[in-house]
Design a binder for this molecule. Structure first.
Ligand SMILES: Nc1nc2c(ncn2[C@@H]2O[C@H](COP(=O)(O)OP(=O)(O)OP(=O)(O)O)[C@@H](O)[C@H]2O)c(=O)[nH]1
Ligand SMILES: [Mg+2]
Length: 336
């Protein structure tokens, strides 16, 4: 029997039980002697986690272990200002969702990608609302240039356009998490894939085209073919975590250029033989992408310094703090 966390409530977990191809769900709590004991360093489970459990057919079951994660997506915890909030774990793919109309923003896409690469899951860019798009081909091309190494698709949950092409990811026993700003259509996409209105959805605000933050908790669903999909609330702020690995993947073109500058101490301002300046002037690198890289790197370096400082002060690891997911405060949405 396998057990997966499908939702996290204040102190209760929804669990999906899988026995070969049969699925059942139940509620569970954490085993106090394990999770609240100084003897064990057990991570608190999050949505998508694979756990060990003592099943109780008549009441809440007991979660006894969080199994090692093959991937996880975290952000800086907005509640405490430091520490980590794990949004989802154990997924194979991250669908980074961005709408082809008003939400289209390459800078934001680069930030999502940087963090997604670091998660150990494979990022896939899903551009939504293809039925409303103007200059769609141009936008897809721009997204492809920004999303080096990740595939880019355009879909519509209204016409079904592009959905077929995503089938290769939505396979049995694969797990996929959906991320993106409020209003891009994550829950509409979830409903489309499940063929059912499992998630509430709502229109975007007329004044500024932003979403209403309709979804307030993360939830994993099982598709008929055995794929597991995780819908999440649109977050305002990524709260940059240290993203060295992700930066390398997202900006591999820039890293290669950096090795080609004539001087090791190149500041990439106006030196002769600066590969960055040359790439910007011949159009193979945009100034915007370069600036965004510098910004993300600076932010990451700052975060790393802060963490080192906290470590030196012997600050306690906050990730052991129990999640209070459904709690509105915990999920205070902050746009990335
Ligand atoms: N025309 C069109 N509208 C769409 C499409 N997908 C979603 N929408 C609309 O976009 C609005 C927002 O959709 P949601 O699914 O609630 O967005 P969300 O990303 O889940 O938003 P949060 O839960 O707030 O994070 C709704 O009015 C949907 O009907 C699409 O492919 N085409
Ligand atoms: Mg939603």
């Amino acid at each position: 029997m396998e057990y997966f966390i499908t939702a996290v409530h204040r102190d209760r977990y929804e669990v999906m039980m899988k026995d070969e191809n049969n699925y059942k769900s139940c509620y569970a709590r954490l085993k106090t002697g394990v999770y609240y004991s100084d003897k064990y360093e057990e991570e608190f489970p999050t949505v998508g986690d694979h756990v060990e459990m003592e099943y109780n057919p008549v009441g809440d079951s007991l979660i006894t272990k969080t199994l090692p994660r093959k991937s996880k997506f975290s952000r800086k915890d907005p509640d405490v200002g430091r520490g980590e909030q794990t949004i989802a774990a154990n997924f194979d793919y991250i669908f980074i969702m961005m709408s082809l109309n008003f939400d289209f923003n390459l800078k934001r896409l680069e930030r999502y990608l940087t963090v997604a690469w670091q998660s150990q899951g494979q990022p896939v860019v899903v551009l939504t609302k293809a039925d409303l798009a103007e200059n769609m081909e141009e936008k897809i091309e721009l997204a492809r240039q920004a999303a080096l190494g990740a595939d880019v698709y355009a879909v519509s949950a209204v016409t079904g356009e592009g959905m077929e092409e995503l089938q290769s990811y939505l396979q049995p026993n694969k797990s996929i998490v959906f991320l993106g700003s409020s209003g891009v259509g994550k829950s509409t996409f979830t409903n489309f894939l499940l063929g059912d209105e499992v998630m509430e959805t709502s229109g975007i605000r007329e004044e500024d085209s932003k979403g209403h933050h309709t979804t307030t908790h993360r939830q994993m669903f099982l598709m008929k073919n055995g794929a597991r999909i995780i819908d999440t609330p649109g977050m305002r702020e990524l709260g940059m975590w240290v993203v060295d690995d992700g930066l390398d993947q997202s900006f591999s073109d820039i890293l290669l250029l950096l090795t080609k500058c004539r001087y090791n101490s190149c500041t990439h301002q106006d030196e002769t033989g600066c590969a960055i300046r040359e790439a910007i002037s011949d159009g193979s690198l945009t100034e915007k992408r370069w600036i965004n890289y510098c910004k993300i790197q600076k932010e990451s370096a700052y975060q790393a310094k802060k963490e080192k400082f906290n470590l030196m002060r012997g600050s306690k690891k906050t990730s052991k703090r129990p999640e209070r997911s459904i709690d509105k405060v915990h999920l205070r949405q902050q746009e990335w």
